[in-house]
Design a protein around this ligand. Structure first.
Ligand code: ADP
Ligand code: ASP
Ligand code: MG
Length: 428
């Protein structure tokens, strides 16, 4: 039985959380073969801010942020190991020195490449501390560098996996003692770090499980499982106990933040069940996603905030035909953006996108040169899987709908965030 576990940032956010994780593994009926770990807490956000300071040539700000990262990680090391730090503290210092050197080496590269060479350190740091802690508490394990396990192309920030090479490398791990490795990161054949996209550690666990032909994957979360809406935003969300891969893919694709959308397909192909389980309440029954899940027709709601709507019109009053749509979508692909909702008319194409300034600004500049453009910001997109008219009306209340689309499987409506409730309720 091969089992692969994944622990996200919240489960290792500080020394107490790492201690809890060790106890959890120690007392579990069956130990995993591989543990995939994200960066601690919100480290990846902190690294992105560090990169922004570095690329803005704000050396003081960069230095301060690097020091804050160092302090945060060393505080956890200190709290966990006290005077018995051995090489852990030293290794953390080494990794931060390496981060600084890599940033300087790649500062003139295109941003995505520079990004991957620096942001990967969140996971390198966390796994260094977590694996040392496991060994400290008699959970023997080895730290493995995912840059040499998950082999990808050089499409930085959204790297594509070389499945054959990755399989070969991962299979060499069979029979080894507990493997602790990084989520989110990989490496290209030219020796550079790559990343799989934000929240990509879920995808890492799926890659590893697929390549090892594992029997089970468990993603440990700060919620008991997969719900029909974010339980932190909907007061009556309920847990979905069994779900098919296809249904889970649809929910993830619509933006249910709990699982990265790329996670399910590699598992479905090998029929590897995925459990979403609480690291806080070990007795809580997990959600199980498998081929026997059945298509749960329970309506599910997904909200995505910080959305922007671009209304694009030809300047010459011609139609927004296939040729123009092809042109607009080409520019969208070039900008590395994805349309969360597409609403079109004879002379208009409306696209709802994540507010991602580094990608959005060049797209807007490019479109504005050739099209009449209207932009609306601060929007919230509501997506409903298995919608009913009554449910949609109840959820929309009397808010103005800025854009929408819908069919029997899924309906989407875009609202002004200022008009949306803090806590949502799914109507009966
Ligand atoms: P991790 O860092 O472990 O990947 P995430 O923060 O990405 O964890 O995902 C867990 C969070 O996802 C939960 O705290 C919850 O608020 C949110 N969430 C959003 N949609 C759902 C859903 N449909 N079911 C469960 N949790 C959800
Ligand atoms: N640390 C990465 C992120 O915050 C990957 C992950 O947590 O899944 O996006
Ligand atoms: Mg996540």
């Amino acid at each position: 039985m091969t089992t692969v576990f994944k622990f996200g940032g919240a489960s290792i956010k500080d020394a107490d959380a790492i201690r809890h994780l060790g106890e959890l593994l120690f007392h579990l009926e069956a130990r995993p073969d591989v543990v995939v770990v994200s960066a601690m807490g919100k480290t990846t956000n902190a690294l992105e801010a560090l990169l922004a300071a570095a690329r803005g040539s704000d050396e003081d700000d960069y230095r301060q942020q690097l020091e804050a990262l160092r302090r945060d990680h060393l505080t956890s090391v200190e709290a966990l190991f006290g005077t018995r730090q051995g090489k852990v503290g030293e290794r953390v210092e080494e990794l931060l020195t390496e981060l600084d050197a890599r940033h300087r080496k790649h500062r003139d590269d295109a941003r995505p490449r520079h990004y991957d060479q620096t942001i990967c350190y969140g996971e390198l740091l966390s796994t260094t501390i977590v694996s040392a802690w496991f060994n400290e508490i008699d959970l023997p394990c080895d730290w493995h560098d995912a840059r040499r396990l998950i082999i990808t192309d050089a499409n930085h920030q959204a790297a594509n996996v070389d499945w054959a090479e990755t399989s070969q490398r991962l299979q060499a791990l069979h029979g080894k003692r507990l493997v602790v490795t990084q989520g989110f990161i990989g490496g290209s054949t030219d020796g550079l770090a790559t990343t799989l996209g934000r929240e990509g550690s879920d995808f890492s666990v799926a890659i590893i499980a697929h390549c090892l032909d594992a029997d089970e994957v468990v993603i440990w979360k700060d919620v008991p499982g997969l719900f029909n809406a974010d339980p932190r935003r909907f007061d009556n969300a309920r847990q979905l106990m069994r779900l098919s891969y296809d249904e889970a893919i649809e929910l993830a694709w619509l933006g249910a933040k709990v699982i990265h959308p790329k996670t399910l397909a590699p598992l479905r192909e090998r029929r590897i069940p995925l459990k979403v389980r609480s690291f806080e309440a070990l007795d809580a029954p997990p959600s199980v996603i498998s081929e026997r899940g059945g298509d749960d027709p329970t309506p599910a709601c997904i909200i995505a905030e910080e959305q922007v709507l671009l209304e694009i019109q030809p300047r010459d009053f011609s139609f927004m035909d296939e040729i123009r749509q092809h042109d607009v979508f080409g520019r969208l692909v070039d900008a590395g953006l994805h349309a969360n909702l597409i609403d079109s008319g004879a002379m208009r194409l409306s696209l709802c996108l994540d507010t991602h300034p580094a990608r959005l600004t060049p797209l807007i500049e490019s479109l504005a040169a050739d099209y009449a453009l209207t932009r609306h910001g601060d929007l919230t997109l509501l997506s409903v899987r298995h919608p009913t008219q009554a449910l949609l009306e109840g959820l929309s209340a009397s808010r103005e709908v800025l854009a929408q689309r819908g069919n029997a499987c899924c309906a989407q409506r875009l609202f002004r965030s200022a008009e949306c409730p803090e806590t949502w309720h799914i109507p009966d």
